[in-house]
Design a protein around this ligand. Sequence first.
Ligand SMILES: Cc1cc2nc3c(=O)[nH]c(=O)nc-3n(C[C@H](O)[C@H](O)[C@H](O)COP(=O)(O)OP(=O)(O)OC[C@H]3O[C@@H](n4cnc5c(N)ncnc54)[C@H](O)[C@@H]3O)c2cc1C
Length: 445
Amino acid sequence: MNGTIPRKAAYDVVVIGGGPAGTAAATFLQRAGHDCLVLEGSRFPRYHIGESLIPHTFGTLERLGLLPKLEKSDFPVKHSVRFVRPSGEEADPFYFSETIEGPRARTWQVERSRFDQMCAANARESGVEICEGTRAGRVLFDGEQAVGVQVRTNGDAPRSIAARVVVDASGRATVLGNQLKLKERVPDLRKASLWTYCRGGYRRSGIDAGETTIFMKKNRGWFWYIPLPDDIVSVGVVDEPEILFSGIRTRMQPGAHGEDSSHVVGTTEHDGQRALEKIWVDEVDRALPLARWLENAEKVAPVRGIRELAYLNRQTVGPGWVMVGDAAGFLDPIYSSGLYLALASAELAAGCIDEGLRSGDLSARRLGAFCGPLWDGVDVIWRLIHAFYEPSFSFRRFVERFPEYRGTLIDCLVGDVVHKDMSGFLEALATMVEPPRRLKEVAVA
Ligand SMILES: Cc1cc2nc3c(=O)[nH]c(=O)nc-3n(C[C@H](O)[C@H](O)[C@H](O)COP(=O)(O)OP(=O)(O)OC[C@H]3O[C@@H](n4cnc5c(N)ncnc54)[C@H](O)[C@@H]3O)c2cc1C
């Protein structure tokens, strides 16, 4: 692939990765008057998993100027989430309008290739330089201070690009996490996923047409069913690796540039891919209510998968460097919080980087001032993920016992968790499920 060579040898900020987190951080910083370069290993439009937004992304999307583009798009509008029990019995949907008024009570199911391209175009319109097909190699350090990035293009010798601040937004590739050996598994959260795309599956109508439906398996595994444009649905299953990858010994094959394990397409061996396809068919056949929705559907993509979904970095900021989005960590897709956290962390980080650049204080303390509130919010999501997978726990029973917290539960489902006092809700939750270890102690130095 022919990569684009950066125009200059030095920038205020170099961002590794042109996904939603990277382009959002760069857009905010460029508009604040800082010279930004984004290095993106792929070329847009490129495939990515993670299609369902949650309403609390609204503010960041609005400030980025993306709302008019989303309003004009054919992305299905999402007003709710609904759970379906293994028996097929449907719970009442959680409509976001129960706790949010007006246009913020809905969001979109996005085709990521087009959404991410839209985010990148928007960054360019703000003056950000984006080099596509250009991979970042190592981050360069002077002592502990990040001072630039090594860039590889077209098989040429690596060149060094200087930066006052390096933002790692490389997603699951976690460039800095790997380089500094900061990446860790999340205790007690071992989940895998397989997914594909189908055309012609069942679709609801009216306000429910864009709903995310979660089909529960008997063992706490679950499927997502996300309507996309052109009569396509994204369907995926999340369960333990031993269940979804049983008998598959081959290593997963990374995406075209080896940069992002979420671009995985099948396995390195034909037989491995065949095995994945078979596991997928068996999984859907066993999930009768879902199988019925897919009865007349045609599968239009290979089965893709990730064996270990969750990871976190022990440290997510340092002198002259910051991680945002999936580069900092990823937990689980159950509440569709990934894109929200990518955009929110990018915006919060951009605010701190802007202050740091203006004041000349690029210490970890200054750049990481957003981490406390952000990780408190992530901890709330973590508590809910942990509760979801606890066999003795049920949200229905929780809401029956604590009806006063149904609204707070919906706040969590829409992503309204940062800068919020959730202590009463969490105490109520703790009466029904033992809290896990706080992530903040794991993730922030
Ligand atoms: C199975 C699954 C289901 C999910 N479902 C949802 C969902 O429904 N809703 C939701 O909100 N989230 C979901 N997510 C999470 C969501 O996909 C991520 O949280 C989101 O994409 C994070 O955005 P990002 O910008 O941080 O990273 P990414 O979108 O991954 O972007 C990172 C970019 O960095 C580039 N890159 C990597 N390495 C380099 C390098 N060395 N040099 C240059 N560029 C590089 C990559 O090419 C990529 O474009 C899901 C995730 C998984 C695994």
